[in-house]
Design a protein around this ligand. Structure first.
Ligand code: ARG
Ligand code: ZN
Length: 874
């Protein structure tokens, strides 16, 4: 059942107004809906029946302009309600009965730890009532919620609360009205016994916005960071994009059971608890940063997504790519820009490149799908953000801002396409972006191959850049992309050289954004006295694979001299990758490159370096990234080679690591400045390395840090180091005492699960199975499933890739088990298996067998069906 972009037709009917009344009970909910409908003047489908979407709804009554319809005047097809004869304009009254308490799919209206909440994107509203569930139908909503007053004192929906009062039988109601027309995927409702944290924000035009955060009472002291982040995001969007908030109230709600990270419902953002609640004692630095980014992301959607929304779900990246780009700019401004770029590129190169190279590869604007939930992907989000970033690179900040202003002004209140976005950029800048549009249409990661030569007699350095684009499912013989390619050249002392594209170009800049549009380009740089070292694709100016025959000398040179911080880090990664790869399957006595040790010593010991960057540079490339780079990945061999390098570094630099630990010991009150975060990262890296070689002093430091830490980053850093060591008693003691201390905090218990599931010491298959029967494990909670099953298959790669296939069988079993209760989560868990073609033959065949086992499960959900069938095809 494939849906095609090319089949898009404007809706035959529009809904101007929706009047909702929810009667919430413990045994179910009755939803009364009155739709004000008119024929769409743009549609040539005159006389078309009215077709509404529905999913698992019990229809209780249906009336047209107040007159009840007989059974022969409509057809309830289960997933559609069809009314054949309707006038040009009418009101349709629909009453449905649903059972939120039994909704384990977490789509539509469901219950999470005693409260009612909703998730309607992408197609959850049809699980609440019959409606044209598509984003190009935008309506004004009024919502009255009725529930028991004592169990559900807080009743929330979008917009402003305009009425409230008591009802018989201890019940009460609140009515909400949202003045902005919106697609139904932005509808939200919350009812629960929640505490409210209030704050306020004055917009630059002087309006005071009420900020309200709602959480379960036990989380009352975990709201400050989200509210602070929200205010920073509101200010930033005014300053950088000229976007001001539009309603009088902005609300955030935390719920424990949530399929994704968060949702930008108009005026009522709903978050996965793990993406919004934080306290010093329970949240790591990474969690603090993730929360700041996600709060900002959802807030930014108010313009990029809500005021201007998507015409159809093929355009998903219109809002997601742009909003991820916006939140990454925001995070860069709030902390270390280089570190943020490194983190984003690491995710892109590790996971999005893998997606682009696998059976689920799709363009940023897909042309078909079976289940849209499967398309909330790294390609739509992360690659989509890179595409917007490239526009920013090509246009420069001023013209980009002009383009975004034009986009918001031109399309405010509309449901539009990625093409409309590019056109606004085009019109505002005067640039021709027709070739650039291919980034939205062609899947796959371009490969740039760079060669160079130096003509000493003429003083000319010649750089040749070729681009190729690999085939992906359904796409071959692709056209070249329009690629911004930032570069600089360095002399032998590391000084930047002027980039003269002609002989007489005296005022030349030391960095250029070259533009690639052909399959091959040659650039000549003049006036050079010596052969330079190129610094290519600075700040990762395009989402491509870059091949250049770097020597280890060049990489070492760039690691310490490149003025581009990102490229310094990248040179270190490339060197480490090269060293590890040369040890994969090599004889045991093969030497580890001694210059790697020297380079890392320099990083650890030179306190004058940017400590945030150093902390990142010390992280060896992950196993997942090394697998992505391999042609036929032999995971145990990659794991061993990486471990060898890590242990060799740790042994060679043992004293320096102890000194680094002590130098970076906590010496002042906890804070979240980039330097403080970097120092925590450095000391925890030092601990991890020392424990990897069973260092006794490291062990003592870890045990003490675990006991005395005043924050979660240090406590869990020490726990992780102990868990990954050979000190079995310390490991077990630390795990037990950690659980003891935090057992009542689900967000921390999730971290406790994932530290074990991701560890090759504590997370072998029998131990993973034991975690699944732990009293704190809960199949209905996606975070717990991700923390155990997801972390095992996604991070504990040596344990997952057993040559007997037991890891794969285990995953297949869990996917089948989840498929009936929560297909969205089940489909996501399949991801590691979809990459089966990447692995050495013995593994590959067993992965495929596991996929076939899932395929053969009776009554497979559409979500899992799509992923499994596409993975096995071809
Ligand atoms: N729009 C949300 C965000 O990116 C994601 C919601 C996706 N939900 C889903 N069920 N696929 O912020
Ligand atoms: Zn989003």
């Amino acid at each position: 059942q494939t849906i095609y972009l090319s089949d898009y037709k404007v809706p035959a009917y529009l809904v101007d107004h929706v009047d909702l009344r929810f009667e919430l009970f413990e045994h179910g909910a009755r939803v009364h809906s009155i739709l004000t409908v008119r024929r769409n003047p743009q549609s040539d489908d005159v006389g078309a029946p009215l077709v509404l979407d529905g999913d698992r709804l019990v229809l209780e009554s249906l009336a047209l302009n107040g007159t009840p319809l007989d059974g022969d005047q409509y057809e309830d097809r289960g997933d559609q309600l069809v009314v054949a004869d309707v006038p040009e304009q009418f009101q349709l009254s629909v009453v449905t009965w649903i059972e939120p308490q039994n909704n384990t799919r977490l789509e539509g209206l469901y219950k999470s730890s005693g409260m009612f909440c909703t998730q309607c994107e992408a197609e959850g509203f049809r699980c609440i009532t019959f409606f044209p569930d598509r984003p190009d139908v935008m309506a004004r909503f009024r919502t009255r919620i009725e529930a028991d007053r004592s169990a559900y004192p807080v009743l929330l929906s979008n917009g402003n609360d305009i009425d409230r009062g008591d009802l018989p039988d201890g019940r009460h109601f609140v009515t909400w009205e949202d003045p902005f027309p919106k697609p139904c995927y932005l509808f939200a409702l919350v009812a629960g016994d929640l505490v409210e944290k209030r704050d306020s924000f004055r917009t630059r035009s002087g309006r005071d916005i009420d900020l309200r955060m709602y959480v379960e009472p036990r989380n009352a002291d975990k709201c400050a960071h989200a509210l602070d982040s929200l205010k920073r995001a509101m200010r930033w969007d005014e300053e950088v994009y000229g976007r001001e908030y539009d309603l009088d109230i902005f609300m955030i709600v935390a719920v424990d059971d949530f399929n994704m990270g968060a949702m930008e419902n108009k005026g009522l953002n709903i978050f996965n608890s793990s993406c919004v609640l934080a306290s010093q004692d329970t949240a790591t630095d990474a969690a603090y940063q993730r929360i700041e980014a996600i709060v900002a992301h959802e807030y930014f959607h108010n313009w990029s997504g809500n005021r201007v929304t998507c015409r159809d779900w093929f355009q998903l990246s219109l809002k997601e790519g742009f909003t991820v780009f916006r939140d990454s700019q925001f995070s860069a401004d709030m902390g270390s820009a280089t570190v943020k770029r490194i983190e984003d590129v690491t995710l892109l190169r590790t996971a999005q490149f893998a997606e682009d190279a696998g059976p689920m590869a799709h363009p940023v604007r897909p042309s078909s799908y079976i289940e849209i939930s499967n398309f909330y992907t790294l390609t739509i989000y992360e690659k989509g953000a890179e595409v917007v970033r490239m526009l920013h690179n090509l246009l420069g900040p001023e013209l980009f801002r002009k383009g975004s202003d034009l986009y918001f002004e031109r399309h405010d209140g509309q449901a539009v396409t990625t093409d409309d976005f590019v056109r606004a950029m085009e019109d505002a800048s005067g640039r021709d972006l027709s070739q650039f549009r291919l980034w939205y249409e062609q899947a796959g990661t371009p490969v740039l191959t760079v060669r160079d030569e130096f003509d000493a007699d003429r003083g000319v350095y010649r750089l040749t850049v070729e681009q190729t684009l690999p085939d992906t499912p359904g796409q071959t013989d692709k056209k070249p992309h329009h690629i911004p390619f930032a570069l600089g050249l360095l002399d032998r002392r590391g000084q930047p050289l002027p980039l003269r594209l002609a002989d007489d170009d005296t005022e030349a800049p030391t960095e250029r954004m070259l533009e690639l549009t052909e399959r091959a380009h040659t650039f000549e740089f003049h006036g050079l006295a010596e052969c330079p070292v190129p610094s290519l694709l600075r700040n990762f100016s395009a989402p491509v694979r870059l091949n250049y025959p770097w020597t280890r000398e060049q990489l070492l040179f760039l690691m310490s001299h490149d003025p581009d911080g990102f490229n310094r880090w990248d040179a270190g990664q490339r060197l480490a990758v090269d060293v590890i790869q040369s040890l994969v399957g090599a004889p045991r006595d093969t030497q580890v490159e001694p210059r790697l040790v020297t380079a890392y010593r320099h990083l650890i010991c030179d306190a004058s370096l940017d400590q945030a960057l150093v902390a990142k540079m010390l992280q060896l490339p992950s196993e997942a990234y090394l697998i992505e780079l391999a042609d036929e990945a032999d995971v145990p061999a990659i794991h061993q080679a990486r471990e060898r390098v890590l242990k060799h570094l740790a042994i060679s630099l043992r004293d320096e690591l102890v000194a680094c630990y002590r130098r970076n010991a906590q010496d002042s009150a906890y804070d979240l400045s980039p330097l403080a975060i970097a120092r925590r990262s450095l000391r925890n890296t030092a601990l991890a390395w020392l424990l990897a070689i069973n260092d006794e002093e490291g062990r003592a430091l870890a045990v003490r840090q675990f006991r005395d830490a005043d924050n979660m980053t240090d406590r869990i850093g020490a726990l992780r180091a102990l868990v990954n060591s050979d000190y079995e008693d310390d490991r077990n003691q630390a795990l037990a005492s950690f659980y003891q201390r935090y057992q009542d905090d689900p967000q921390v218990v999730e971290q406790w699960f994932s530290v074990q599931a991701a560890s090759d010491r504590a997370g072998q298959l029998p131990q993973i199975r034991a975690l699944l029967t732990h009293p704190a494990f809960d199949w209905k909670n996606p975070n717990k499933v991700r923390a155990v099953v997801g972390a095992f298959a996604g991070q504990n790669l040596a344990a997952f890739h057993q040559v007997d296939g037991s890891g794969y069988d285990f995953l297949a079993e869990q996917v089948c088990r989840l498929d009936d209760s929560n297909p969205q989560i089940a489909a996501r868990l399949v991801t590691p298996l979809t990459r089966w073609r990447k692995f050495a033959p013995a593994y590959r065949e067993r992965m495929r067998a596991a996929l076939e086992r899932i395929r053969d499960k009776p009554s497979l959900s559409r979500d899992v069906y799509e992923v499994v069938h596409k993975s096995l095809a071809g």
